[in-house]
Write a protein that binds this ligand. Structure first.
Ligand code: SAM
Length: 342
């Protein structure tokens, strides 16, 4: 009998993947894709604009070419670099579909916190800024405007495509009002209001977030249909609405707090109303959605006792509170919307 040939490639690919991750994150930190924009530059020209050492230029840019985040015409020193269509769309800061905010936060915060994964696995304790201070993560991040803006940019980067897809796939036409809990920049409300011209929305978040949301809502020209509301969702009742959305909210908390939020949503909804949770929902058997599972490890690193969950978990918790009907709609990539109807 022949021994099957086993491939060690996947082991090495995963083991070394932090190298490619760091190259892409650094390119975004240097704003390489925005600097290039629609131009076509030699390595020397682009390297000079980014203030790179000559030794670094071709290895850095050609790694990005090999990863297909940059394109190149020709070979050698006279070759010309330019953005791929996807890099131009998602990584050029001037594009309306820029998602680089998430990559900035990955590079600035999470890259170093994940180095302490072993400690998190042994202690169950957060490994972020909270480790060295007394404050909770949101208090810590929101204590300085640049940190708050960075977090808001990261959330918009990660959620933009999910919210666009939700606005297309979920039938909001049956409902008059929406309240987005932990609405951050107001992006979910903006996407839903853009697609559904009669929908009125509230973006609810902690007080420091309101000015940022108001700025984005005004820039989208939707201030007549989207308002902001400030409060603490553990202390204040949620604003009443036909649809309550929670984008990456439940995964930030332990089970007791998750249940508090689900009950608060139930109380704020009318009969027939819908609670929609948008997450990298883990598949029910916990075998497939690697991003959901890694996101849950990230919640260990950020919060300690917080965790991501499956559609079946969501359904069980919502049924306990009184919701009667459930569905899951796939959004983009690893993300889905878990929906419970009252
Ligand atoms: C992980 S972010 C998600 C942002 C956005 N929903 C999305 O999916 O991109 C969590 C949001 O919850 C908000 N938040 C955290 N604690 C809160 C509280 N106690 N009351 C209200 N909002 C809170 C944060 O300010 C932040 O905007």
């Amino acid at each position: 009998m022949q021994t099957p040939t086993l491939d060690h490639g996947p082991i090495l690919q995963t083991a070394f993947s932090f190298w490619s991750s760091k190259v892409l994150l650094t390119a975004v930190e240097f704003d390489l894709f925005t600097t290039l924009g629609t131009r076509r530059l030699t390595g020397t020209e682009l390297g000079a604009e980014l203030a790179l050492h000559p030794r670094a230029i071709s290895d850095f840019f050609d790694s990005l070419v090999a990863m297909k985040f940059l394109d190149r015409d020709g070979d050698g020193p006279t070759s010309i670099y330019f953005n791929t269509p996807a890099s131009a769309l998602f990584l050029d800061r001037t594009s309306p579909r820029y998602i680089g905010g998430m990559l900035i936060m990955l590079n600035d915060r999470l890259f170093k916190f994940w180095n302490d994964l072993p400690t998190a696995l042994r202690t169950g304790s957060p490994q972020n800024e909270v480790k060295h201070g007394q404050k909770g993560i949101f208090e810590e991040l929101y204590s300085e405007i640049p940190k708050l803006e960075q977090f808001m940019g990261a959330m918009a980067g990660l959620s933009r495509i999910n919210f666009e897809t939700l606005a297309h796939k979920f039938d909001f036409s049956k409902y008059k009002t929406l309240c987005d809990i932990g609405g951050a920049t107001g992006l979910l409300s903006i996407e839903a209001a853009k697609q559904h011209p009669t929908l009125k929305c509230i973006s609810f978040d902690l007080p420091p977030v309101a000015p940022i949301a108001s700025r984005h809502i005004a820039a989208a020209g939707l201030a007549d249909r989207i308002t902001t509301a400030s409060g603490d969702f553990f202390k204040d009742p949620l604003p009443k609405a036909d649809v309550i959305t929670m984008g990456m909210i439940l995964h930030d908390w332990n089970l007791e707090k998750k249940m508090h939020l689900i009950r608060a949503a139930y109380d704020a909804l009318p009969p027939g109303g819908a609670l929609i949770a948008i997450e990298a929902l883990i598949d029910d058997q916990r075998r497939e959605n690697l991003m959901g599972l890694l996101m849950s490890l990230n919640m260990l690193i950020e919060f300690g006792d917080a965790f991501d969950y499956s559609g079946a978990d969501f359904r069980g918790w919502c049924a306990e509170v009184g919701f009667t009907r459930f569905e899951v709609i796939h959004l983009a990539g690893p993300s889905s919307a878990a929906i419970a109807y009252k």
